[in-house]
Design a protein around this ligand. Structure first.
Ligand code: RUQ
Ligand code: CUA
Length: 683
């Protein structure tokens, strides 16, 4: 009997998690034009005879034609929005234009990126900051990018992203779209619910995931309840310095409940942080020992816990020295968090995933993977309940506020609700993983006047292809969402694209949400051929002010300042000091100076190059074969790299960017003369 129940639980969870093949679409690929309602004659779209003939020949429906017209960007016309998307396992960030869905850039972050010279010479010093226990880590599982905010709105200045696998956080400067800092969390080994920022980017939040002893200590799973812990980290961002300051950062110890996603309070709820969790059962797995597998064990209970964290109080405790030290990092203990009124919890239905705060900051929206509803909690009711000291406690003594006391509404949406975004017309949008759909539903409270429907109701659903994870609307997680566009980030592509072997691309689908009511038109499919993107944010492109070229010739992008090693035209030279050789080189169309660098085997070489150009797009590359050197020198950029000339021989260095008609001539010889008696030299 017990076994049957276990089997049933496992089956339910498997199906719910989308692991069953039965819930995958098995239909043949859609025929062109199928997305359109009926095959109405193309003339109804009012096309010219030429255009109508093309549409006819390609089998395009009127809906296809409007979709095409909504996304097409004539040559030279820039996109209205820009998406910053996680690059998943690639460890990078993808930049995509909307509505065209054209890939604009892949930003090298945690992983070497040859075109940008990221990790082959100069990039190493940032990548090396991400080392763990002295081990170089050259990949990451990036999940949640976060644009910097001012008063709860994207300001276009900075971008942050987490590495779930290794609990690392990166800082990217949007003046040059380059990564400036990688940080390894010294207390936890993995994360998930990050990065998110507070409304003025004072803090970059990194939520936890799989509980473990803090500080990467060892303990057996028998002691799970006592020594395993969850965590949420608050990284202090220093805008002036353009860096996170670990000295001003701290972490709060949490019960071992597998904290999942987090979101920052805003407007009325500014100063609070909300994180959900998914294993209140504290299951420890061990299916091979006859225990329930994690997926069943962690899904037994009816509810998990949303964590309600008072950041203002936590900050005060940190500033008053109320922390302990773990691996040199400030930690607010669980007991302190309880005693100081920093931490409360409230139940949330079955294995929740996303927690998203409405633009006015008044509601926390939680979606449960195994529950067909979204649950809407009221921030005001939360404050009242805390004020009234009305709570029970969990096993660790954390105050637990009753769900009924905080609940504002519950809306039934469909199967597998995950994440929620907002628009400017009083609607929320929730991804439905199992239904493979985007649900539009109406918000209540002060939003009720913005739309014609009753508050807290499902309004419409649009099918997407397939198994959507996150979704993002234009500025859809800020205090002032734009509406207009929504992108479904689909985990499975199945039949959407021409086959490319067993590993299929993921599918970003663009939806038009610039209207009210049921109708959200699916406009475009964009295959993503790298990593597994998770979250992304969409910003109005005119909020970004990236540099066209570096501000001065000889600029060091890492320091964002003029480099002391800048080389100006006419100052090129090679200096020797014992076995130390220093090269000062310039690059300009279409030559390097010097073109001969003659050194001895065993020399240590420090090599500076400045691209002295200030013309838009006049980038040069620089590579030395055999020495793993590859740089990208954007206009004005100065770079320095070092190596030991261990291998003798003739190495032709050359420019790797097709910069001019005489690009192939942009080359030179590195002559490394063998030391000692040699066979190779003539004589
Ligand atoms: S999450 S699995 Cu953002 Cu839905 Cu990482
Ligand atoms: Cu410079 Cu090619």
């Amino acid at each position: 009997m017990k076994r049957t129940i276990l089997a049933l639980i496992i089956l339910t969870v498997l199906i719910a998690a989308g692991c069953s093949l039965a819930d995958r679409p098995t239909t043949a690929p859609a025929a062109p034009g199928e997305a359109g309602s009926e095959a109405a004659p193309v003339e109804s779209a009012g096309l010219s005879a030429d255009a109508a003939a093309i549409a006819q020949e390609r089998g395009l429906s009127p809906d296809d034609i409007t979709a095409a017209l909504k996304v097409y960007q004539p040559t030279g016309v820039h996109d209205e929005y820009m998406i910053f998307a996680s690059g998943g396992h690639s460890g990078q960030v993808l930049v995509i234009g909307v509505p065209s869905m054209r890939l604009l850039k892949v930003i090298g972050v945690f992983t070497p990126e040859p075109w940008q010279g990221w990790g082959y010479g100069v990039g190493n010093r940032v990548l090396d900051e991400g080392a763990i226990n002295g081990r170089t880590i050259r990949w990451a599982d990036t999940h949640h990018p976060a644009l910097s905010e001012t008063e709860g709105d994207y300001d276009g200045e900075w971008l942050f992203i987490n590495d779930k696998a290794n609990a690392r956080v990166a800082v990217i400067d949007l003046r040059d779209f380059e990564t400036k800092q990688l940080l390894k969390n010294p207390v936890v080994i993995n994360d998930h619910g990050g990065t998110f920022v507070t409304p003025n980017t004072e803090y970059v939040i990194e939520g936890g995931q799989y509980a473990a002893p803090l500080g990467w200590e060892y303990d057996t799973l028998d002691n799970y309840n006592d020594t395993y812990r969850g965590a949420v980290t608050f990284w202090k961002f220093d805008r002036e310095a353009g860096r996170i300051d670990p000295e001003q950062s701290f972490l709060i110890e949490l019960p071992p409940y597998w904290q999942d996603l987090c979101d920052s309070g805003k407007q009325v709820s500014e100063g609070w942080i909300f994180c959900n969790s998914l294993n209140a059962e504290r299951a420890t797995g061990g299916v091979e020992k006859g225990n329930p597998p994690f997926e069943a064990g962690a899904s037994q209970g009816e509810t998990d816990y949303m964590h309600l964290i008072n950041l203002n109080k936590a900050e005060a405790v940190f500033q008053n020295g109320g922390t302990t030290d773990v691996n040199g990092f400030a930690v607010i203990s669980l007991q302190t968090a309880i005693d100081e009124g920093i931490l409360y919890m409230t139940p949330e239905p079955k294995s929740p995933h996303g927690v998203d705060i409405t633009p006015n900051g008044q509601y926390m929206v939680v979606a449960g993977k195994l529950d067909p509803h979204v649950t809407i909690y009221s921030f005001e009711k939360m404050l009242e309940t805390i004020e009234a000291e009305k709570w029970t406690t969990d096993d660790y003594g954390v105050p637990v506020l009753a769900l009924e006391d905080l609940r504002e509404a519950q809306v039934e949406l469909g199967l597998g609700p995950l994440h929620t975004q907002f628009d400017d017309q009083g609607y929320a949008y929730t991804s439905l993983f199992l239904d493979s759909a985007v649900a539009r539903w109406s918000l209540g409270g002060e939003y009720a006047d913005l739309h014609p429907e009753e508050p807290w109701q499902l309004v419409g659903k649009t099918s997407v292809h397939y198994n959507i994870g996150h979704l993002l609307a234009a500025e859809g997680d800020t205090v002032s969402p734009d509406g207009k566009y929504l992108v479904a980030m689909n985990k499975w592509a199945i039949d959407r694209f021409a086959p490319v072997g067993p590993l299929l691309p993921q599918n970003f689908q663009l939806l038009d949400i610039d209207n009210t009511g049921e109708n959200m038109q699916l406009l475009y499919d964009m295959p993503i051929g790298i990593g597994e993107p998770h979250y992304a944010q969409m910003i109005k492109a005119d909020k970004l002010e990236p540099w066209e070229v570096y501000p001065e010739v000889g600029w060091d992008p890492h320091e964002q300042a003029l480099s002391p090693n800048a080389v100006q035209l006419g100052e090129e030279k090679v200096e020797r000091n014992g076995s130390e050789v220093e090269v000062f080189m310039t690059a300009v169309r279409s030559h390097f100076t010097p073109e001969h660098v003659e050194i001895e085997q065993g020399d240590h070489v420090v090599w500076h190059i400045t691209n002295v150009e200030q013309a838009l797009d006049a980038t040069h590359g620089f590579s030395i074969p055999g020495y793993d050197i590859n740089l990208s020198l954007e206009p004005g950029e100065a770079a320095t790299f070092e190596f030991d000339a261990e291998a003798p021989g003739v190495f032709s260095y050359y420019c790797t960017e097709f910069c001019s008609a005489l690009h192939l001539e942009m080359t030179g010889y590195l002559l490394v003369k063998p030391s000692g008696p040699t066979a190779m030299t003539t004589e």
